[in-house]
Design a binder for this molecule. Structure first.
Ligand code: BG6
Length: 501
């Protein structure tokens, strides 16, 4: 998680050709190429490194690079400097291939072998699947049939984007297909939230600060809230989203991963498998839902029209490519119980949604309050809150009580904040930079192991089955609000409220 020894990192063989399937796609333009630009900028790539982006359209290298430049200007966190751009352009190649047809891969192999000579990359490959999930298996099988897979000279790694299946059954099937070709240790399943600075910081905050870790349990923590709220609507992704919904899109992966980092036991060391095993135990300890808890503790929502920052926006059912009667959820709030010694009795509330009033990702730890005696005999007691701000603010917020200087006896909550707004700071590394760098140096800590995914699909499947049986009356929240009323009632019933810091 933390790079402990830079010399060790430097000593590793980072030479490789990174082969991106989906080279003309949105992800490559918005995230991967800007991340690679910034890795070049920060001098983190090996001299023996090249990038081949694969697309079905005919275009020259020059045309591709011109298109990329437009995206780079828009999405790179560092300004575009001519010398850095030149370095990137010198290692970037566009290759036309219809990756659904197995016969094109033979020429791809020859092409990569030629680049091996030029860049001294020893046959090392990082295959990155930035394509729609229906192509994952075809591509991997074609790599295998054309001797591009493990077993040939050099290391072979596979980075795979979400969605990893649409339920446990399809995830298992996909995993089995991948494992026929790549070993578990060669598969890097991306959850881009794990590459975000403050998500990596959860372990540091907990295990480097006795002040927090000694209070980190049901004895002192009243409840924990994870909110990933977006102002964006579904945009142009309805084709995918209609078959996914917020539960598969955000809860099964990002939120379950965050939850496991917040709730895990300290690992015995900082090695990849030790950390992943502790995370897995948390997911295993999540209490199974009962018909009653599914009914009472899970809230689905879909946005109707409304206003975002004063601008009118349409409802989900009016979005491009969405069915007018669609029952896809764009919001989920739910309560998890983690049934282990540390957490039994402390609820974990999570919520995520599109077209909400705020664009923010944060984890709120609400500490237990004192009894209403002494100072709080006749005053409202504000709880201690520790807020891990993931984005757009990046940092930590802490709320504690002090005496007000200006009056004789008031007690006021004091707010201490270390956060900065990432866009303004401009220099918080993007998740994808970290993840690509880690995959190149063979560190899978920030990628999801199969058994973690399997466990999280088991939970998600239960909720999906319930959703499919439920009679949902959608839309049930206006764009620009924080979701359906029921999401507020979920906490109010427990005498609590959502915190938005
Ligand atoms: C993706 C989801 O995994 O995460 C999107 O598919 C969502 O629907 C996105 O918008 C949010 O990521 P971020 O990094 O913008 O918070």
């Amino acid at each position: 998680m933390i790079i402990e020894n830079n010399d060790e990192t430097k000593a590793k063989d980072l030479s490789a050709i990174m082969v991106i399937f989906g080279g003309t796609g949105d992800l490559t333009h918005r995230k991967l190429i800007p991340a690679l630009y910034n890795l070049v900028h920060d001098n983190l790539l090996s001299e023996n490194f090249a990038i081949v982006t694969i697309g079905r359209k005919t275009k020259t290298n020059e045309e591709y690079k011109n298109e990329i430049l437009v995206s780079l200007k828009q999405y790179s966190r560092n300004k575009i400097e001519d010398n850095v751009l030149e370095k990137l352009n010198n290692i970037l190649y566009y290759y036309e291939l219809d990756f659904t047809k197995v016969d094109g891969y033979k020429s791809l192999k020859d092409y990569l072998c030629n680049l091996d000579e030029q860049y001294k990359t020893n046959g090392n490959r990082l295959f990155y699947l930035a394509v729609a999930p229906q192509y994952f298996e075809t591509i991997v099988e074609s790599l295998s049939l054309n001797n591009l897979a493990p077993g040939e000279k050099g290391s072979k790694k596979l980075v795979i984007e979400k969605p990893f299946g649409k339920d446990l059954k399809t995830a298992k099937k996909l995993n089995e297909s991948l494992l026929k070709v790549f070993g578990e240790k060669e598969i890097y399943r991306i959850d881009h939230y794990l590459g975000k600075e403050m998500i990596q910081n959860i372990m540091v905050l907990r295990f480097c600060n006795p002040i927090f870790e000694s209070l980190w349990s049901n004895k002192y923590i009243d409840n924990i809230q994870i909110t990933l709220s977006e102002q964006y609507g579904v945009g142009s992704r309805a084709g995918y989203y209609e078959n996914s919904g917020a539960l598969r899109d955000m809860i099964q992966n990002h939120i379950t991963q965050i939850l496991s980092l917040v709730a895990m036991e300290p690992p015995v060391n900082l090695k990849t498998e030790s950390i992943r095993s502790e995370k897995l135990k948390v997911i295993h300890a999540i209490e199974e839902f009962t018909p009653e808890s599914l009914r009472d503790d899970v809230v689905f929502g879909q946005y109707g029209k409304g206003f975002i920052d004063g601008q009118p926006v349409q409802g989900y059912r009016d979005e491009d490519m969405v069915l007018p009667q669609s029952n896809t959820e764009t919001f989920v709030a739910l309560k998890f119980h983690i049934n282990n010694f540390r957490w039994a009795g402390t609820p974990f509330y999570v919520r995520t949604g599109k077209r909400l009033s705020t664009q923010a990702a944060q984890i709120v730890i609400q500490f237990k309050s004192f009894p209403d005696i002494l100072y709080f005999k006749d005053r409202i007691q504000e709880p201690n809150l520790l807020v891990i701000q993931i984005q757009p603010k990046v940092g930590v917020f802490f709320q504690f009580n002090t005496k007000d200087f200006t009056t004789l006896e008031d007690i006021v909550p004091t707010k201490m904040e270390t956060s900065h707004v990432a866009e303004m700071q401009g220099n918080t590394p993007e998740a994808y930079e970290r993840l690509i760098f880690d995959a190149l140096r063979g560190d899978a800590t920030l990628f999801t192991r199969w058994d973690e995914l399997e466990a999280s699909w088991t939970i998600a499947d239960q909720i999906i089955a319930h959703r499919e049986k439920s009679k949902l009356i959608f839309p049930n929240y206006d764009s620009g609000t924080m979701g359906p009323v029921k999401a507020f009632e979920l906490l109010a019933r427990d005498g609590k409220k959502w915190w938005t810091i």
